[in-house]
Design a protein around this ligand. Structure first.
Ligand code: GLY
Ligand code: MN
Length: 459
């Protein structure tokens, strides 16, 4: 039984809306499973997100061809490789054509052999969207396809930006399992265990729900390494553990949650004051996710609230708004506040800034802020993450060009003490659905307030 995320008519409507904006055929490749050491010993296959969004069943080496002006059915061809003679032997019975066509919302006659792709296109110039896989690249070159440009990508982005009820249901499923997996990690955390023990608890829940990680989990006592995958350190008494992980549900929609907590279940006063600074920024950021609000302004708001928290904690001196305006937060919070979430944890980042940045907007250039992945005005139906942090990154504090401009505002002895003690990092991340009436926190079931969260750590 093949279950896609949305009913067939929804996929037809999506394809029709895309086709209305096209002026040349668009090929959307599903992609291939990456090989490990030889072609028939692959990693699991995961179809490309744009292919899935338009109703592609998860069949390796398949492709959509969408003709300009198609009604979503006629003018849409789903090409797939014919079943091999031994496929049933190795993989069991695979879905039949009638089932594929029904799930995708096309007539059975719309199914065709991928070998006929060149003939279908004839001598027409076609655009292509494909996952980054060498076999896709070779096919694109062989067929002389042109990578989709703004004329194709902007209509795709416009559609994928706003999640419909089917996508929201899938995102809620992913959020729910991600919350459960984080609870299991909290319960598996104890002094003397190690990072891998905790991560294993995440995977057990994911697998039990038929899910996979939506990105490589970050479960570390070295939280200042933003994307650290070391996972071999022992959980020492007094350490903070940063766990950034989410699942992808079977349809491909992602969850993405970060929590940071003391491995012994008790924040020290210093950890607590810095945690509260991040939590204040995170709560302000979540609350500001309302229609019409520019995401960059939410990032700036979170930076101000973080600076206020760091003034309270005694690490910064001065007026919080002025400190944030000057960029003092970037020494401690050197990344953007969040990103789009959907069929990928970093939804549509395969399209570069075309998805994250509204037309005419470009990335900030200042250190730290330049990693802001999203600068759009929020609209109902968008789903974003809100994930500020506080990190003591030695590589930043070795850079005089970054640090010296803020010498007047820094409590240098406190900074040096945190670096000497290897403070690490704190990040708090939730998944926020923007609704007409305000933010819906999809991951609110996992507490963020310090006491409730720390109480979930195994005693
Ligand atoms: N949660 C991982 C990331 O957003 O990069
Ligand atoms: Mn994230």
């Amino acid at each position: 039984m093949l279950t896609l995320t949305a009913p067939p008519h929804v996929y037809r409507e999506r394809r029709a809306r895309l086709a209305a904006a096209l002026s040349r055929p668009l090929v959307i490749l599903a992609g291939y499973a990456p090989a490990r050491n030889y072609a028939t010993n692959p990693h699991p296959f995961r179809a490309g997100s744009t292919y899935l969004y338009f109703g592609g069943p998860p069949v390796e080496a398949a492709a959509w061809v969408i003709e300009p002006g198609s009604d979503g059915d006629l003018g849409c061809t789903l090409l797939r490789p014919p079943a091999g003679p031994d496929d049933a032997l190795w993989f069991g019975e695979l879905p039949q054509d009638a089932e594929l066509a029904a799930a995708a919302g096309v007539q059975a006659a719309a199914l065709s052999d991928i070998a006929g792709l060149e003939q279908l296109l004839g001598d027409r110039l076609a655009a292509v969207v494909c996952p980054p896989h060498p076999t896709c690249t070779a096919l694109v070159r062989e067929l002389d396809l042109e990578p989709a440009g703004e004329a194709e990508l902007l209509p795709i982005i416009d559609l994928r930006l706003l999640k419909d009820e089917h996508e929201l249901a899938a995102l809620r499923r992913a959020a729910g399992v991600s919350v459960e997996a984080h609870r299991a990690m909290l319960a598996a955390t104890a002094v003397g265990r190690n990072e891998a023990d905790v991560e294993a608890a995440f995977h057990a829940v994911a697998v039990a729900h038929g899910c996979t990680p939506s990105f490589t989990p970050i479960v570390t006592v070295r939280g200042e390494v933003l994307h650290g995958h070391n996972r071999c350190l022992t959980l020492q008494d007094g350490a903070l553990l940063l766990a950034d992980a989410g699942v992808e549900e079977p349809g491909g929609y992602a969850g993405d949650i970060t929590r940071t907590y003391p491995v012994n279940g008790r924040f020290t006063p210093l950890q607590r004051s810095l945690y509260e600074a991040v939590l204040g920024a995170q709560r302000a950021g979540c609350a500001a996710c309302v229609p019409g609000k520019r995401f960059r302004e939410i990032h700036e708001l979170a930076a101000r609230v973080l600076c206020a928290g760091l003034v309270n904690a005694g690490l910064l001196r001065g007026d919080a708004a002025q400190l944030a305006e000057r960029g003092a937060h970037t020494l401690f919070f050197p990344h953007g506040l969040g990103h789009l979430l959907g069929l990928d944890a970093h939804d549509m980042e395969d399209f570069g800034d075309l998805a994250g940045y509204a037309p005419g907007r470009t990335r900030p250039t200042r250190f730290g802020d330049k990693y802001l992945r999203l600068d759009r005005d929020l609209e109902p139906g968008m789903v974003v993450t809100i994930e500020p942090g506080f990190y003591m990154v030695p590589a930043i504090w070795r850079r005089q060009d970054l640090v010296d401009p803020y010498a007047d505002a820094l409590n240098r002895s406190m900074v040096d003490g945190l670096l000497r003690d290897g403070f690490g990092g704190i990040r708090i991340e939730d998944d926020i659905h923007v609704t007409p009436t305000g933010p819906e926190n999809l991951t609110a079931e996992l507490p963020t307030d310090a006491e409730t969260l720390a109480a979930l750590v195994s005693p």
